[in-house]
Design a protein around this ligand. Structure first.
Ligand code: FES
Length: 94
C-alpha cells in the first residue's frame, strides 16, 4: 500500500544560489550541492555519449558507483555526483 504524503518541497532550506556553466549555458545551482543534482534540476540529463554506440548517457546511481555521469569539470574528467557546485564551475559533456 502506498501512503500519499504532503509535498514538503517548500520547506527545503537551500544554500546560496550560484551559477555555473554547462557547455556554454549558464545554469543555477546551490553552493555545495552535488553537480548532478543541479544539472538534473536544470533539466540536463544527457551528460556523455556511450563510447561504443554514441548513445546518450546520464546519471544512474548518484553515489559514485556506476560511472555513468562522467563529465569534464575545469578540464578534469570526473563523476558529476562526486563534485559539488561552486561559483563559475566550467562543466562540459563528454
Ligand atoms: S551517477 Fe553513478 S557514478 Fe555518478
Amino acid at each position: 500500500m502506498i501512503r500519499l504524503v504532503p509535498n514538503h518541497a517548500d520547506r527545503i532550506r537551500r544554500t546560496a544560489e550560484v551559477t555555473f556553466h554547462f557547455d556554454g549555458t549558464t545554469l543555477p545551482g546551490c553552493e555545495g550541492e552535488t553537480l548532478i543534482a543541479a544539472l538534473m534540476r536544470a533539466g540536463v540529463l544527457h551528460l556523455r555519449n556511450a563510447p561504443h554506440d554514441g548513445a546518450p548517457r546520464g546519471g544512474f546511481c548518484a553515489m559514485g558507483l556506476c560511472q555513468e555521469c562522467m563529465v569534464r569539470v575545469d578540464g578534469q574528467v570526473v563523476e558529476a555526483c562526486r563534485v559539488t557546485v561552486t561559483p563559475g564551475l566550467q562543466v562540459a559533456r563528454l
